[in-house]
Design a protein around this ligand. Structure first.
Ligand SMILES: [Zn+2]
Length: 398
């Protein structure tokens, strides 16, 4: 292994050892302090921002006792365009089923680093650290490149990029590193609408059911009509080779005893929204079917919005042209242009009117599962692409 590859691998393994699991959001300061030390050593200007507790409390009250930090870094010697690179350093819990190693005890095998977060997204963090190092070593560097390392992407990003976006000068371009793989660019992401449907009837003894109103029977009849009438229509919708989807009953509650007419029944709906759909229309579509059904049953039905994340898309992206060119010149491949089926922090930049894309090393299929890994070589290659992109931007040759 070359010295640089060695250095990069050891940074990634150090990052994996810091167990930044969210929820609740642990060891964030340790990780940010470590990154700050590295970047300062390379001569990069840095700043640690603590997310105000009031903001954490507002969005995630149950985790408000765990402080949130963002590391900002900058290499800027021109008033020219500003490009922002972001990676998130929080990870999902270790989970079970690991065979190669334990989630927070990274190992290297055949050029791959294994450990929780290797692909999502500490490989991305490592790539940006390497990018900052290499830019700082360039004698002829001219540009304005900003980096952010943010928490809480895995729980929605409101206390990470969602907060940061209003604290910084608006960049012209943004690249968010997620494990898209080197041959794929995500130009958008699907949204999420999660609902709880609560059906309330009236209890009575099962020996005299006519005194009761059966919330379960009303609820499943309604669920059945959603499955037969709405689901096929939703699943038919397509955008960039992805289809919309809906899952009923991920969470179901109700019933107290076998001999009682159930007076309460609740089921969830998880609806994934395409960038060419409107999230409010998606909501109304469900509610209007429920309302229609409502007049046929005696139970009362309430719909609660549990989670709502809008889809996002970057149309007419100049950055996309630059990134495609940088990838094809560096890696000799034509990248695939896709949307992500899960929300990514890129959407905060895109909603803010910034020309932003998601592109980074790693394998999305390896993320969140056991034996998560990344090819170290992918990190090295991604940095070459980023450098090429930066060169193109500052030579006005995007
Ligand atoms: Zn991620």
């Amino acid at each position: 292994m070359s010295e640089l590859v060695d250095h990069v691998s050891s940074i990634l393994m150090d990052l994996i050892r810091v167990k930044t699991v969210t929820p609740p959001g642990e060891n964030y300061l340790d990780l940010v302090t470590y990154l700050d030390g590295l970047l300062t050593n390379y001569g990069v200007n840095t700043k640690i921002i603590e997310v105000p507790k009031s903001i954490v409390k507002e969005h995630y009250p149950e985790y408000a006792d765990h402080p949130r930090y963002i590391l900002l870094a900058e290499l800027c010697n021109t008033r020219d365009k500003r490009i922002h690179f972001n990676a998130h350093y929080d990870v999902v819990s270790g989970g079970g089923g690991w065979l190669v190693t334990e989630p927070f005890k990274p190992v290297i095998i055949n050029g791959r680093v294994y450990g929780r977060g290797a692909s999502d997204d500490k490989g991305g963090v490592t790539a940006l650290v390497l990018l900052a190092k290499q830019l700082s070593e360039l004698r002829d560097f001219r540009g304005c490149v900003e980096f952010s390392f943010t928490p809480d992407e895995e729980i929605g990003g409101l206390t990470g990029v969602g907060y940061l976006i209003n604290q910084i000068r608006k960049p012209d371009y943004a690249i968010v590193t997620e494990p898209t793989g080197l041959n794929t660019i995500w130009i958008g992401s699907m949204g999420i609408l999660q609902l709880d449907i609560v059906v309330r009837g009236l209890p009575s003894h099962a020996s005299q059911p006519w005194y009761g109103i059966n919330a379960f029977e009303d609820g499943i009849t309604m669920a059945y009509s959603l499955i037969t009438r709405l689901k096929p229509r939703i699943e038919d919708r397509q955008f960039m080779n992805e289809s919309a989807s809906v899952v009923l009953g991920g969470l179901v509650r109700g019933g107290d005893a076998r001999n009682i007419v159930p007076s309460y029944f609740q089921f969830s709906i998880d609806r994934r929204i395409l960038p060419n759909e409107d999230i409010d229309q998606a909501f109304n579509e469900i509610v209007s079917l429920i309302n229609m059904f409502h007049s046929y049953v005696k139970s009362t039905i309430d719909v609660y919005v549990i989670n709502k994340i809008e889809p996002a898309i970057n149309n007419n992206s100049l950055l996309l042209t630059g990134l495609i060119n940088a990838i094809s010149e560096t890696l000799k491949v034509n990248p695939q242009i896709k949307i992500s089926r899960v929300p990514v922090d890129t959407r905060y930049f895109q909603k803010g009117g910034i020309d932003a894309l998601t592109y980074g090393p790693g394998d999305i299929a390896a993320a969140h599962g056991p034996d998560e890994y990344i090819q170290i070589n992918d990190i090295m290659e991604s940095v070459k692409v980023y450098l090429k992109l930066i060169r193109r931007i500052y030579s006005n040759n995007i």
